[in-house]
Design a protein around this ligand. Sequence first.
Ligand SMILES: [Zn+2]
Length: 371
Amino acid sequence: MQVHCELCGKNEEYAFSRWRCDCGGAWVLYPSQPLSADVINREIKSIWRYDAFFPQEIKKIQGSLGAGFTPLLHSTIHNRDVQLKLDYLMPTGSFKDRGVELMMNTLAAGDVKQVVEDSSGNAGASVAAYAARLGMKATIFTPAHASPVKLSQIATYGADIRTIPGARSNANQAALEAVNAGAIYASHAYSPVYLLGQQTAAWEVWEQNNYQIPDWVIVPVGQGGNLLGYYEGFQALQKAGLGEKIPRLIAVQPERLAPVCDAFEQRWKEWPGLSAPEKGSIAEGLAITNPVRWEHVVHAIKESDGICVKVAEEEILPAQRLLAELGFFVEPTSAVVIAVFGKILKIIERNESVIISLTGNGLKSSPITLQ
Ligand SMILES: [Zn+2]
């Protein structure tokens, strides 16, 4: 399958060992044919209903856990009608299963038996689950301060778990050392197949929203895979003539670590060396100092006429509670979108449609965060 470098534009045949381009850019994989409602396999209630748009090499399912096709439900928040995309209702409790199910199936189809990944928790749990499902071995590097519930989840799937002291970037460094020594990198940050899997969120929203493109989509941003999945997925719909626009994207980051918002607002040309803040965020999944695809994410926000909004720490738990009181239990990382929604009502017209992505199950957060 042909992949495209998002930085230098180079195209090449994808090889698992070439996890990024020589220029350092991440690869992008486009749908294998223009989107069309006619070839969606409606009997399948998972990401595989879109297998006509996956490259030939990954059309055959090696082992599914049923990722995708999550509910899109109406609710009223701050006296506004919104639609909640319940991606926390995935096999491992986070939105990452969309991309990871496709990525791990591709690796299994290529006869890969062993992978490494680094993660603050959710991607690691997802890779560990799919490794178990597909009979592969996974080594997951996580920060030592990751949620104990997520660490326990990863360990229970049978993955080899390595907790690395210090910042999230230390876990990334440790994984890269293993990759440089020859391990296959099942990276949610870099994998083009993962990103293609994330596009299914946009395609589902389009189907569930009566084939209409919503006006706004609100997502938390760490590495930015969820936001890019929506952006690329809606772009693919627009290119196929199935939507007249792409939704305006609202990216949300914690105030303590909001590099994408800063890059967007200050028009960064280069990535500065950032260190982790002294105090981490309760939105632990968003504490990323070096998002791999940051230029692509900033471009997506800009091209969609979107915005990036920062959330203060003290706004996050009340937002989690507000949502729980409506019956939706998500982790703090996911609740940031609700904290933001209350602050941006002025820019959203009452008749505009709003999709809010709920990304991680509340059962994944440490009990201490719930007090
Ligand atoms: Zn390149």
